[in-house]
Design a protein around this ligand. Structure first.
Ligand code: SF4
Length: 239
């Protein structure tokens, strides 16, 4: 175990853990858009920057990827940190001016309301954080989506922007997306779900009759786990 200070609080932590995780466990909130316990951090959004002092050296670091160390002094709210975060958020807002989540965050952090950079006209809500791509690959195990093009044209989509044969309609990518970019719609009755321009038939629970999961997703789970499809035909509430 090592000792460090975060926002003037003395904290004991396991060596090698990341600053963001240690701060969270101690109730210290650091804003971030691309961090989730189910996937490895990549430091994509850069909003989690903090000031870390080790010896005589003070640096702005990405807290989700920077390990704690003995004697380290971390400041998550210094003026320097606020200035960097504000700049990062202004850049993200310029790319995704219509993202409600980004606007909300900007308000909370006192950024704006006038954009500092010329907003993008494409009206996308994707900040290219890769959360959806990594979740589909690492958590779901399907790899149905990825990135296309480069530079300003870069975007996330299904291969060749065609209907994906491997997508199981689980919706994990839409759930994890921090800016609401991925659209997932369900009919009023709940019998179908549409995501990535493919419509999935939903399974009705054999006990309560409520539609609860795409049939493709249940078939995938059955094939992966060996649990008979019939046993998966009951929703969580009725199990
Ligand atoms: S809905 Fe499709 S693309 Fe999204 S995580 Fe599930 S399998 Fe992957």
């Amino acid at each position: 175990m090592i000792n460090l200070t975060i926002d003037n609080r003395k904290i004991e932590a396991e060596s090698g853990r990341f600053i963001l995780d240690v701060a969270r466990e101690n109730g210290i909130v650091i804003p971030t858009l691309c961090s989730h316990e189910s996937i490895e951090p990549t430091g994509s959004c850069r909003l989690c920057v903090v000031e870390a002092k080790q010896g005589k050296r003070t640096r702005i670091v990405t807290s989700c990827l920077y390990p704690v160390a003995e004697g380290m002094v971390v400041d998550t709210k210094s003026e320097r940190v606020k200035a960097v975060r504000s700049l990062v958020l202004q850049l993200l807002l310029a790319r995704c001016p219509e993202s409600g989540q980004l606007k909300e965050m900007a308000e909370e952090m006192g950024v704006g309301p006038e954009p500092r950079f010329t907003p993008d006209q494409d009206n996308v809500k994707c900040i290219l954080c890769r959360m959806c791509v990594r979740t589909c690959e690492k958590v779901v195990g399907v790899s149905a989506i990825g990135f296309s093009y480069r530079g300003t044209e870069k975007n996330v989509c299904t291969p060749f922007k065609e209907e994906s044969a491997t997508c199981i309609g689980c919706g994990a990518c839409a759930y994890i997306c921090p800016t609401g970019h991925i659209e997932m719609t369900t009919t009023e009755t709940g019998d179908t779900r549409t995501i990535w321009e493919r419509t999935f038939k939903m399974k009705a629970c054999k006990v309560c009759g409520r539609y609860f999961a795409p049939e493709d997703q249940l078939a995938y789970i059955s094939a992966k786990t060996g649990v008979p499809a019939e046993e998966l035909a009951v929703c969580v509430s009725c199990r």
